[in-house]
Design a protein around this ligand. Structure first.
Ligand SMILES: Nc1ncnc2c1ncn2[C@@H]1O[C@H](COP(=O)(O)OP(=O)(O)O)[C@@H](O)[C@H]1O
Ligand SMILES: [Mg+2]
Length: 354
């Protein structure tokens, strides 16, 4: 067994309005190939930040992340994108494209990777078999249950044959029975496809159910890690004892400490977003009074993803800003941008890391 992911002395500091905030403090860990590695901690502990550092969606402030013997700091943006396609990711909120069919959702990463339509379709259908939804090819996400949506998200994450699957609170929005069935599916994927799985959770039951290894993280620090059975038998840290011996239900912490940090407010994973052109548009008092986005979609007859909207309805028109993901067609992108500018919206390109 050798480590497929190695994290050494990782630190991540965010600059916030209130000054610097250190979300990850000197974390080191090794994830063996073939493991189902759990990372547990309460809300705000830094789990999502840590997992996002594993594929450099978040760049560490210091320390190294090595994936399959590659130091991520040494990779170009292009190489990073390539690496990210060998790391699948799923989230609590599934992040499916709601206006696309199940099949189209799964084909999406394949099309980005340059697969032909026929090939992508064939692979997407195979994946739907694997996740147990062969009859949902033409369904839309809105027609599916939470568990089914997560299955589609898993299929999409597996489309490019990743060796690693990162799961950030993937079962947190599901009822216990559905959680169980998703965990069984992850186990099968680990066993039959040899995918190394990293599971971020605030639920000890998830760790107990399928993980081989566990790391406990508290206030950005790794307080204990090891084989699940050993930690369950001899928890050493206060945090581990609290979790295991006292059997504290993290959901109770959550009630006390607020909601689980939710990184899933983008509608599709960031690594996919980065392949596309994104623009930020600002509605000001000078902006047109028509429903601009709706009219734009009607005019260009193309779906535009609203990736983020922070608008208020004032006197029947939008004020505030939105981030849009534009279609791939360059000419169309220009037409759309001109269209928006003509209507007195401020339009600017969104940087890669925005
Ligand atoms: N982009 C960011 N800017 C500033 N603070 C952040 C950012 N992302 C996360 N944090 C802060 O870092 C801490 C850890 O967040 P997160 O990794 O989401 O925790 P968890 O997933 O364990 O709930 C939280 O206090 C959160 O507010
Ligand atoms: Mg989180």
């Amino acid at each position: 067994m050798s480590a497929i992911i190695t994290v050494e002395n990782l630190n991540k500091t965010f600059n916030t309005k209130d000054g610097a905030f250190q979300a990850i403090r000197d974390v080191s860990l090794e994830i063996e190939e073939g493991a189902i590695y759990g990372i547990i901690g309460m809300s705000g502990a830094g789990k999502s930040t840590l997992v996002r550092c594993l594929n450099y969606l978040e760049k560490p402030t210091s320390g190294t992340v090595t994936v399959e013997d590659k130091d991520l700091a040494s990779l170009s943006e292009r190489e990073l994108r390539q690496l990210r396609s060998s790391i699948g990711m799923i989230f609590q909120n599934f992040n499916l494209l709601m206006q696309k069919s199940v099949l189209a959702n799964i084909m999406f990463p394949l099309s980005i990777a340059g697969a032909s339509k026929a090939k992508a379709k064939k692979r997407a259908k195979e994946l739907l078999e694997i996740v147990g939804l062969p009859d949902k090819v033409h369904a839309y996400p809105a027609q599916l249950s939470g568990g089914q949506r997560q299955r589609v998200a898993i299929a999409r994450a597996l489309a490019t044959n990743p060796k690693i699957l990162l799961c950030d609170e993937a079962t947190s929005a599901l009822d216990p029975q559905t959680t169980e069935s998703i965990l069984q599916l992850l186990k099968k994927i680990n066993r039959e496809m040899g995918v190394t799985i990293v599971i971020i959770t605030h639920q000890m039951s998830v760790i107990r159910e399928i993980c081989t290894d566990v790391a406990i993280i508290e206030k950005g620090e790794l307080v204990e890690h090891g084989l699940v059975e050993e930690i369950f038998e001899h928890p050493k840290s206060k945090a581990a004892k609290r979790l295991i011996i006292e059997g504290k239900d993290p959901d109770e912490w959550e009630k006390k400490n607020g909601e689980i940090g939710n990184d899933a407010d983008g509608y599709i994973p960031l690594d996919l977003l980065k392949e596309h052109r994104r623009i930020r548009i600002v509605f000001t008092t000078n902006s047109s009074y028509e429903p601009v986005i709706a009219n734009m979609i009607l005019k260009f007859k193309t779906p535009v993803n609203i990736l983020k909207a922070d608008t208020k309805n004032i006197g029947g028109t939008a004020r505030g800003e939105m981030i849009l993901g534009l279609p791939d067609d360059l000419a169309l992108q220009h037409q759309i941008i001109d269209y928006l500018k003509e209507r007195n919206l401020e339009v600017e390109e969104v940087e890669e890391d925005a």
